[in-house]
Design a protein around this ligand. Sequence first.
Ligand code: ADP
Ligand code: MG
Length: 625
Amino acid sequence: MANGKINVAVENIFPLIKKFLYSDHEIFLRELISNATDAISKLKHLSSVGEVKGEIGSPRIEVKVDKDKKKIHIIDEGVGMTSEEVNKYINEVAFSGAEEFLEKYEDNVKDAGIIGHFGLGFYSAFMVAEKVEIITKSHQDVPAAHWTCDGSPEYTLEETDKKERGTEIILHIAEDSTEFLEEARIRELLSKYNKFMPYPIKFGTKEENLPLPEDAAEDAKPETKTVDNIINITDPAWTKTPADLKDEDYKSFYRELYPMQFEEPLFNIHLNVDYPFNLTGIMYFPKIQNDLNLQKDRIQLYQNQVFVTDNVEGIVPEFLTMLRGVIDSPDIPLNVSRSYLQADGAVKKISNYITRKVADKLSSLFKKDRKAFEEKWNDIKVVIEYGMLTEDKFYEKADKFMLYPTTTGEYFTYEELEAAVKDNQTDKDGKLVFLYASNTEEQHSYIETAKDKGYKVLLLDSPIIAHLIQKLEGDKENIAFARVDGDAVENLIKKEEATVSKLSEEEKETLKPLIETVVPGEKYTVQLEAMDSSSLPFVLTQPEFMRRMKEMQQSGGGMMGAFPEMYTLLVNTNHELVGQILHTKTAKKRERLIQQALDLARLSQNLLKGEALTAFIKRSVDLIK
Ligand code: ADP
Ligand code: MG
């Protein structure tokens, strides 16, 4: 029996550990199970290099809760420790045995998968326990050791008679931590942190149905037998090579990761790199809604199959945090702040690698089966557009697979689009104008008018499209995007041969004030325009610039300050009805015509509501009766 004092600089380190080491007390279990896992990895390694003789079997870990005695046991069948090792590794705080192990076996230990580098991992036990015991039997032929410590720097270390190789950690749970004596709580923690750890972890038992005998009756109940309840999947999909996985394997792993998620992922990207950093993982593209906010915290970060966090900010580029999946990398420093993380060179490389893999995958999907890619476009476009906006490298690559759909269901790449509309949609100054709509229902009449001219109308409806358009206009030469309801189509793409106005200058000068007296000036600016006689008499438009700025502001960024709801009221001087307005003698009748034409214009913009709508209907009935 030995009594000793743990050699720490601070007189009583334990309260400090309790307070500062980890804000989350629950991680004690992760740390202890990680140590148990390391112990098994070490055993396997020593066995593979011949330092441990004989069969080692398939070592396991067991977690037991003894609520009555207020104890939690974590038992492993790993290397164990001699009492010298307990002295060295446990008593010398901050002395990481794993680190020494790594140094000793540096080159061939890589694939042994050592988790421990959290430094004070073992001592996190004192966050929840008032007393901790270690009963451990080394693989070496020496007596087992029993270490006890009640949270003060004093400990006892004595011989004991444990026969089987391995270590048992006993936590005497403190009064303020009794929540961890609840089986359900431990089950929850195991499922959160240890679901994909590499060695079987037993927690209690469960009943399993035995197969029914062949001659069993229809309604026969199968017999059950009690089996160990293993809580983890020891070989999760991301640890395998892509060649060994079928599509179904990826899907079923997705279900393991997100049991509450009923929708299948669209496709996945298997990450696998070992130089200049180590990283494996699988990223899934779920269907992305047009709402950007609700979809983060879905990617899980692991280190050697131990769950660390689902906040991957700084590690995964922002636009990819909308994806799901797992990333497993021992090379991500975790005990540092997020801002440090973002500046870290290795993490930068990891982030770039992930971006590149995603871009490559999208590019290959596009090349391999364009039709299927087009079908998925609606569900993935937000990620791609967001990526183009925020990552220059991604922007360059995405130019080849970013799609521009039309309102009639065609899909163009940028290059194809340019070729398709160049002849018809270049204006008199040589600027190529891409027309687009954001809503085929609401902008229906504008789309039709543009189509009548033989123009192609794109359908661009993501919440961030205004930002992307802005960027494209800045990057590409001499092009512009114009929403179909931004102006009369004749003005959106100005051609040499302007439409001639049927009204003379004097007639126009008489007409304008007539209309302005009826139309509320704080909302509408009246503008006379010679358009096709087949176009509507009055057309409401909202200038592209104003509208775009407003949209950009709504989705973040852009200018500050509220934009007023302002429209231009285009009056088609070539329309019969407008001529009629001009020549109507009675003021009352003229007013009614103007009002009616204005309401029709508002109606086609979906702006006629409430009282105005009721008045319009009443007036219309009067007109036809
Ligand atoms: P780390 O895991 O970072 O090395 P810990 O404080 O978690 O730090 O553990 C300290 C050391 O104690 C380990 O490196 C290991 O040598 C030893 N150890 C802890 N738990 C076990 C165990 N279950 N079996 C064998 N050795 C263990
Ligand atoms: Mg550890």
